[in-house]
Design a protein around this ligand. Structure first.
Ligand SMILES: Cc1cc2nc3c(=O)[nH]c(=O)nc-3n(C[C@H](O)[C@H](O)[C@H](O)COP(=O)(O)OP(=O)(O)OC[C@H]3O[C@@H](n4cnc5c(N)ncnc54)[C@H](O)[C@@H]3O)c2cc1C
Ligand SMILES: NC(=O)C1=CN([C@@H]2O[C@H](COP(=O)(O)OP(=O)(O)OC[C@H]3O[C@@H](n4cnc5c(N)ncnc54)[C@H](OP(=O)(O)O)[C@@H]3O)[C@@H](O)[C@H]2O)C=CC1
Length: 501
């Protein structure tokens, strides 16, 4: 293999998603004379545009799909190779692509992303959503659908159930409340009415110093309907490979075969027991099938709450697995429990001269008490950028410290048309019972939750236009003892920004 090397690059980056492209940009700006190659399986690359630092750690940006020539024009020493890496040989510092070319590297960064962790790989009626192709397949299948079942309780499910119209949606979640990866039951309770109400109502703020919530009974279900008349514009993009991201659903039409309203039925605290084709069901129809006619749907899904639903297809919105496949064989990569390539505080894997960033890796350094990894666009950008800096620093023999962005977890997004800001240990992650919650909630307007531990703010969930993110970020980073302020911290009549200036 070593003799067949077409060229040896100083740096090779694998993957044209946000992590890989940001890493390339960082390396190429820091060492413009270095030969850099970006090898990517996708025909387009993803670049960050309109980057805005909202506060010390919060950032917002758009993501654009671009032709790789744009990047090559910007960085003359960059070569983009559109092919997939088929094998990696860390001992000889070389890799081979599927079109049979062999390249050598001095330093390598793997940014191969992730792929959907599907309920089952084999069933053609079970779809995952990851890239433009899979989103377009969803749009196509949905246009003929009367009923779909969405399984999962994270980001994709939250976005999908809100956006789909003209088709009944059965949403099966294994928890007591919606959105377990982002919210607690209190926030879920705040958001739930958005599934049925066209317009949020405005109330007087009500302060609830301790959070309580009503939970549905195990196996319980809720049904919501809502009128929305927004229609999305179609997209003609045919890219494959890189993950979708913020506002992915803006570019496609999420409209079923029927007219009108959103219809979501929630099945709580249940998982999938079995997925049947109609032929399989004809042989042994479950007693719980109720009014469903066997054979009238192409696929049936039996849930652990005993209910069986027929539907046009199932969306498996059940998380991501790191795309480590072609990189592992014949090498000695240490893997984390979630299957990601373990990286240390310099984004280095366990193999010499090999770095990794984004969804493919698992951050295995000792985390700051206020940070945790989530496979998000923002973290892909931060890791790609920091990996580029670390690779350059090693080549230039410069010292480098873990970047400040890993001090505090922060994420801005939108769910059910509300702005959502998550800070630090927003769900009390890892704190056990050693924390206290303060909650302020105005129905239809805002939900503010603060997590306190030892009198200090360690996390927050801000839903709506609260304008509190910067102040709360400072309070978390300053580790100020907030005991003297007590419940006044969330008093809606106090301008908290002035209070702490
Ligand atoms: C539907 C959806 C909605 C999302 N919404 C949000 C959101 O609102 N906010 C947010 O923060 N995050 C969101 N995310 C998550 C976010 O998109 C990802 O965390 C992020 O894009 C990961 O970036 P990445 O560069 O690590 O990986 P990817 O974007 O997956 O890129 C991986 C790249 O590696 C390439 N590749 C893979 N294997 C090989 C190989 N063998 N050889 C060569 N190239 C290879 C691929 O072609 C691709 O170009 C969403 C994800 C999805 C699926
Ligand atoms: N606005 C945003 O920030 C968005 C971010 N994303 C990101 O994109 C990626 C993919 O999203 P998504 O697929 O929703 O992944 P997430 O990790 O967000 O959510 C996966 C959900 O599926 C549940 N789950 C896992 N396995 C099963 C199973 N066998 N049966 C039933 N439920 C199961 C998980 O529960 P548990 O947690 O208990 O395992 C979790 O609720 C994620 O990294 C996500 O963060 C996606 C859309 C929007």
């Amino acid at each position: 293999m070593a003799n067949r090397k077409e060229k040896t690059f100083r740096f090779i980056i694998i993957g044209g998603g946000i992590a890989g492209v940001t890493c390339v940009e960082q390396l190429s700006s820091q060492i413009p004379s270095a030969d850099v190659a970006l090898i990517t399986a996708s025909p387009h690359i993803k670049t960050v545009t309109n980057y805005r630092q909202v506060s010390k750690t919060l950032e917002e940006f758009d993501v654009e799909e671009q032709a790789s020539s744009v990047l090559e024009e910007k960085f003359p020493n960059l070569t983009v190779i559109h092919s997939a890496v088929k094998s990696l040989h860390t001992r000889s510092h070389s890799l081979e692509t599927t079109d049979g070319r062999v390249f050598g590297y001095e330093k390598l960064c793997i940014c191969g992303g992730g792929r959907p962790k599907l309920l089952t790989q084999e069933n053609p009626y079970v779809l995952g959503i990851r890239d433009t192709d899979s989103a377009q397949e969803l749009q196509k299948r949905l246009s003929k659908a009367k009923r779909i079942v969405v399984v999962g309780n994270g980001g994709i499910a939250l976005e999908l159930v809100y956006e789909v119209e003209g088709c009944e949606v059965i949403w099966a979640v294994k928890d007591k409340a919606i959105g377990n990866t982002f919210f607690d039951a209190g926030a879920a309770q705040f958001l739930i009415p958005s599934l049925e109400a066209a317009k949020p109502e405005k109330d007087t703020p009500c302060k609830r110093p301790r959070y309580t919530t009503e939970e549905p009974a195990p196996g319980g279900s809720h049904t919501f309907t809502a009128d929305r008349n927004a229609r999305r514009q179609g997209s003609s993009s045919t890219e494959a490979g890189s993950a979708l991201g913020p506002d992915w659903h803006e570019g496609i039409v999420l409209q079923g075969s029927e007219q009108g309203t959103r219809r979501v039925s929630l099945e709580y605290q249940c998982e999938v027991e079995k997925i049947f084709t109609s032929e399989e069901l004809l042989n042994s129809p479950p007693q719980t099938l109720g009014h469903e006619n066997v054979g009238s749907w192409p696929v049936y899904i039996k849930l652990t709450n005993g209910k069986t639903f027929g539907c046009d297809f199932v969306v498996s919105a059940t998380g991501v697995v790191p795309n480590t496949e072609p990189f592992l064989h014949g090498n000695n990569f240490a893997l984390a429990d979630d299957g990601g390539l373990q990286v240390d505080d310099h984004m280095m894997t366990s193999e010499p001269d090999v770095y990794a960033a984004g969804d493919v890796c698992t951050a295995c350094w000792e985390h700051s008490p206020m940070w945790q990894q989530m496979r998000l666009w923002t973290q892909a950008r931060q890791m790609g950028w920091y990996a580029g800096r670390c690779m350059a620093a090693q080549v230039l023999s410069e010292p480098i410290e873990l970047d400040f962005c890993f001090e505090l977890f922060s994420h801005i997004t939108k769910f059910f048309n509300y702005k959502v800001v998550l800070l630090g240990k927003f769900n009390g992650q890892g704190l056990g019972s050693d924390h206290e919650l303060l909650v302020r909630c105005t129905k239809g307007l805002e939900y503010v939750k603060v997590v306190l531990s030892g009198g200090r703010m360690v996390g927050a969930v801000l839903i709506g236009e609260t304008d509190l993110e910067e102040t709360f970020e400072n309070l978390i980073l300053n580790e100020m003892d907030l005991t003297p302020y007590g419940e006044e911290l969330l008093n809606p009549n106090i301008d908290i920004e002035d209070y702490f200036d």
